[in-house]
Design a protein around this ligand. Structure first.
Ligand SMILES: *[C@@H]1O[C@H](CO)[C@@H](O)[C@H](O)[C@H]1NC(C)=O
Ligand SMILES: *[C@@H]1O[C@H](CO)[C@@H](O)[C@H](O)[C@H]1NC(C)=O
Ligand SMILES: *[C@@H]1O[C@H](CO)[C@@H](O)[C@H](O)[C@H]1NC(C)=O
Ligand SMILES: *[C@@H]1O[C@H](CO)[C@@H](O)[C@H](O)[C@H]1NC(C)=O
Ligand SMILES: *[C@@H]1O[C@H](CO)[C@@H](O)[C@H](O)[C@H]1NC(C)=O
Ligand SMILES: *[C@@H]1O[C@H](CO)[C@@H](O)[C@H](O)[C@H]1NC(C)=O
Ligand SMILES: *[C@@H]1O[C@H](CO)[C@@H](O)[C@H](O)[C@H]1NC(C)=O
Ligand SMILES: *[C@@H]1O[C@H](CO)[C@@H](O)[C@H](O)[C@H]1NC(C)=O
Ligand SMILES: *[C@@H]1O[C@H](CO)[C@@H](O)[C@H](O)[C@H]1NC(C)=O
Ligand SMILES: *[C@@H]1O[C@H](CO)[C@@H](O)[C@H](O)[C@H]1NC(C)=O
Ligand SMILES: *[C@@H]1O[C@H](CO)[C@@H](O)[C@H](O)[C@H]1NC(C)=O
Ligand SMILES: *[C@@H]1O[C@H](CO)[C@@H](O)[C@H](O)[C@H]1NC(C)=O
Length: 747
């Protein structure tokens, strides 16, 4: 919506800059009255303090950073960030002590007179300006005199290019900031976006007798004291879903039982899309929103305007109409205009990134969950798929139904070669020239592999099953023989892909590998005496760095098969589940379990020492713990155990139900069944022990006092040196424990 609206405004009159700070700050009374109370959330995370404010007029997050005595002062300095989901926009101001050394200046947000850290700002649309100027205000306290050294006004992506990139600043952006002293003693920074219409303003008004702000040579200086800051912009806001509208009726009790998580979910949920994380990713990400929706489905709202439809609609809206790829990340707002300008295109149209390969497959799986298995979704098919694309200009004149067809055509096309001939070349590879393509999307994520495990052994066959089912339910319009073909393909992909990735390490060799790993890379016990069988696991990818045919990293990606597929080759399923359960149960480095959580990667069984060098406690996808894979593994094991309880006399027509009605052989193999059930309980005991971490995206550990002690990933240097990227205080896919709970029947 935003970019289309913006286009119609290009001829509009440019909003007046600065000069009206008092009006801006005190103009709350003219704001439309909201039907629901404002939502406020404060999340301290020293040296960061996070504040969220949202009502029906504006949603924004403020992050105040102030160095701690032990902070690394070349990374952590006094900083204010305000981020809006609308347009993925933001302002950022770096401060420096005026008379002291780094570390001597501390800043903090103090409560306003109404006892709240943040209050809304609303400036009604004025002449030539279609949208109100909205934002937040609060009182910022400086303990000593300060200078505003670097302001960045416009897009969060520009702020991230500065904070995460090599301190990149764009002259076209920086030079456009104007500095104005106002008659009331306040000072305003203002920037008109590259669309020539939108403006972002940041104002500081002295809020105490000793407070004084002055502008000289494009630098603001402040005496020690309190300042009322206000950050606002006149870009169209998204439509936020209230907590009650994000969750279905049966789950509204969560808003009291898990208030922090439901507030965060609401802040990230809009009728246009769900956002991936705050503050760095307050925008659409395909994989994040679909994995979240698959796990959160039992508690999300259904129907028109629901969070479930927001996710599926946002993905369809952004499908590449030419080849059916799902969009990974969108570029919108000022950064879209900037990126378009680099191609000599004068436009603010959204740009999509299609480099990921896994996201294509989540779409039909999620569509089946909602439009086939959910009673509300079943009745929404016609209305939903007839909707026309709107936000993404590239897909104008296509309906969501047509875009769903194009995506399914892609999957059928890519799956066909392997269905015909089961050789490695026919497996799904990363896109040409890309080193990432699925969720382990960091430099060290899949060890340079080209053929990822999760995509080939789980996502492709699960998507094919869903395409068959959706076609039977009349959801894809054109290709009716998909009903048979997709199921035939799926069976081949289910039964013939695992073997390419399987690694079988004889017991004695496995013991010596963990012993040498512990000698070189781990301070704790090597656990070699817990290895009482061959160790069998699946490579995280094929064709890795250093000519490795298999990237020998034990990993948690078995969870995708457990969660997404009910396979029928009994011999394969029994041993797969058994080995997977054993690897979950065993303590690191013999397996994946640590008292700080289950690690997503274990390099101990990799024969090339470079594995241990790259997959470390400081690597984003190294020997670290992620929240959502814990949830997917737990739910996946539960689903497999659930197959043992199905009564086999249900007479149903649907293929998936027929498959589900068949009790797999592992259920009657006492030792395997028990092993899976034990793994389920070991995992849940561990999840419960790490309750306090679950809302984080990822965390790490150090070996101390004879145990794995939880440690923020941010304090451990990454492999290869450099510093860690700042993390998001809340991520969408780390809220999935709202819906994933322990099944006490298996205790
Ligand atoms: C002081 O802070 C600035 C800005 O954060 C940083 O660039 C510089 O490296 C710091 N200097 C020292 C000595 O830490
Ligand atoms: C701000 O006000 C809240 C109540 O809204 C209170 O709980 C909190 O302690 C106050 N914070 C400070 C720093 O005074
Ligand atoms: C904004 O105005 C400049 C100067 O008139 C023009 O070159 C540019 O194309 C305009 N930008 C957009 C996105 O219309
Ligand atoms: C400080 O700001 C508040 C608004 O949050 C206002 O009510 C108060 O009068 C201001 N105080 C001074 C001294 O400017
Ligand atoms: C103003 O700032 C610029 C860039 O920061 C600097 O090069 C210049 O010397 C400054 N001028 C004065 C008068 O301080
Ligand atoms: C869509 O896919 C086609 C074919 O792969 C490609 O040429 C095109 O660049 C993609 N579109 C975008 C916007 O990336
Ligand atoms: C798209 O639809 C609009 C109105 O529905 C129509 O005016 C326009 O010509 C169509 N464009 C294309 C490329 O079909
Ligand atoms: C380890 O990482 C480095 C740097 O990315 C790479 O050159 C090397 O091949 C990696 N080794 C493996 C086995 O992934
Ligand atoms: C399915 O339909 C496609 C084209 O619509 C055709 O090329 C293909 O042979 C058909 N496959 C089967 C198994 O019927
Ligand atoms: C990988 O194989 C290529 C071609 O066989 C060879 O040139 C290269 O040296 C090998 N690299 C390593 C790290 O072994
Ligand atoms: C597999 O079977 C379990 C137990 O019946 C069920 O909960 C799950 O939804 C099924 N999964 C699929 C993909 O059909
Ligand atoms: C502080 O951060 C810088 C930049 O990342 C790094 O080079 C330096 O080693 C760090 N200092 C300490 C004491 O960790």
């Amino acid at each position: 919506m935003s970019s289309l609206l913006k286009l119609s405004l290009l001829a509009g009159v440019i909003a007046a800059a600065g000069g009206d700070a008092i009006h801006a700050i005190e103009a709350r009374s003219n704001a439309p009255v909201c039907p629901n109370p404002a939502s406020l959330l404060s999340l301290p995370d020293p040296p960061y303090s996070n504040y969220f404010y949202s009502d029906c007029n504006v949603a924004a997050q403020a992050v105040i950073t102030s160095p701690l005595p032990d902070s690394n002062l070349s990374i952590i300095g006094p900083r204010l960030i305000v981020a809006w989901p609308a347009g993925n926009s933001g302002v950022c101001a770096f401060f420096a002590p005026q008379n002291g050394v780094n570390g001597s200046l501390a800043i903090e947000l103090v409560n306003s007179t109404n006892e709240q850290p943040l209050n809304p700002v609303y400036d009604a649309p004025s002449k030539g300006n279609e949208f109100p100027s909205v934002g937040i205000q609060g009182i910022l306290r400086f303990n000593s005199s300060a200078a505003l050294t670097i302001p960045i006004l416009g897009s969060i992506r520009m702020i991230r290019d500065f904070t995460e990139g090599p301190s990149l600043l764009y002259p076209t952006i920086q030079d456009a900031v104007t500095f104005t002293s106002n008659s009331d003693g306040s000072a305003t920074l203002n920037r008109i976006w590259l669309d020539n219409v939108t403006s972002t303003k940041l104002t500081f008004a002295p809020n105490g007798t000793n407070s004084k702000v002055t502008i000289s040579n494009k630098t603001l200086t402040f005496t020690a004291g309190d300042y009322l800051f206000s950050a606002e912009m006149d870009y169209p806001q998204l439509s936020q879903l209230q907590s009650s509208a994000v969750l279905n009726n049966a789950s509204t009790d969560l808003t009291t039982k898990m208030l922090d998580q439901t507030s965060a979910l609401s802040f990230l949920s809009y009728s246009e899309k769900l956002l991936a994380g705050a503050w760095r990713f307050l925008t659409y990400f395909g994989r994040d929103s679909m994995i979240s929706a698959l796990l959160l489905e039992p508690v999300l709202s259904y129907g028109n305007g629901s969070s479930m439809e927001a996710v599926i609609g946002s993905v369809l809206e952004r499908v590449n109409r030419t080849d059916g790829s799902v969009c990974h990340e969108e570029t919108i707002g000022d950064y879209a205009t900037y990126t378009n300008l680099q191609q000599n295109i004068s436009s603010s149209a959204m740009i999509c990134d299609y480099k990921m390969i896994d996201s294509d497959y989540y779409l039909p799986i999620l569509m089946e969950r909602y439009f086939v298995e959910n009673a509300v979704g079943q009745n929404r098919v016609a209305a939903f798929f007839n909707q026309s694309s709107g936000i993404n200009e590239a897909n104008r004149n296509l309906t969501w139904g047509q875009l769903a067809d194009i995506n399914a055509e892609r999957i059928m096309r890519l799956a066909a070669p392997f269905a015909r001939d089961q050789k490695k070349e026919n497996l799904i590879h990363l896109k040409e020239g890309q080193v990432v393509g699925e969720w382990r999307d960091s430099e060290y994520g899949i060890g340079g592999g080209r053929i990822p495990y999760d995509v080939n052994t789980a996502l492709v066959p699960a998507a094919l099953r869903s395409i068959a089912t959706l076609t039977r339910h009349g959801i894809y319009s054109k290709r009716n023989n998909w009903t048979q073909v997709a199921d035939v393909y799926a069976q081949i992909w289910e039964d013939n892909t695992l073997s390419f990735f399987e690694i079988n390490v004889p017991q004695a060799k496995a013991q010596s590998l963990v012993e040498s790993y512990a000698n070189s890379s781990f301070a704790g016990p090597n656990q070699s005496n817990s290895i009482d069988t061959n160790v069998v696991y699946h490579a995280v990818a094929l064709e890795g760095n250093n000519n490795q045919t298999k990237v020998e990293i034990m990993n948690t990606d078995d969870c995708f098969r457990h969660f997404l597929l009910n396979t029928t080759d009994d011999a394969q399923l029994t041993s797969f589940l058994n080995n997977s359960a054993t690897n979950i149960r065993r303590t690191f480095p013999a397996g994946l379990m640590t008292s700080a959580g289950m690690v997503v990667a274990n390099p101990a069984f990799g024969e090339d020492p470079v594995y241990a060098q790259n997959f470390t406690t400081g690597a984003y996808h190294g020997t670290v713990i992620w929240s959502w894979p814990l949830a997917m593994m737990a739910k996946g094991l539960e689903r497999q155990l659930g197959r043992c309880e199905v009564t086999s006399n249900v007479s149903v027509s649907s293929h998936s139900k027929q498959r589900a009605a068949r009790v797999p052989a592992f259920c009657t193999d006492d030792s395997v069944y028990k092993n899976v059930r034990t793994a389920y309980n070991v995992l849940w005991d561990n999840i419960e022990k790490n309750q306090n971490q679950l809302s984080q995206e990822v965390w790490s550990w150090v070996w101390k006092e004879n145990d794995f002690k939880v440690t923020p990933l941010g304090v451990i240097p990454p492999p290869g040196g450099g510093s860690q990227t700042e993390s998001d205080i809340r991520q969408l896919w780390s809220l999935v424990f709202l819906a994933v709970t322990r099944n006490s029947n298996y205790q």
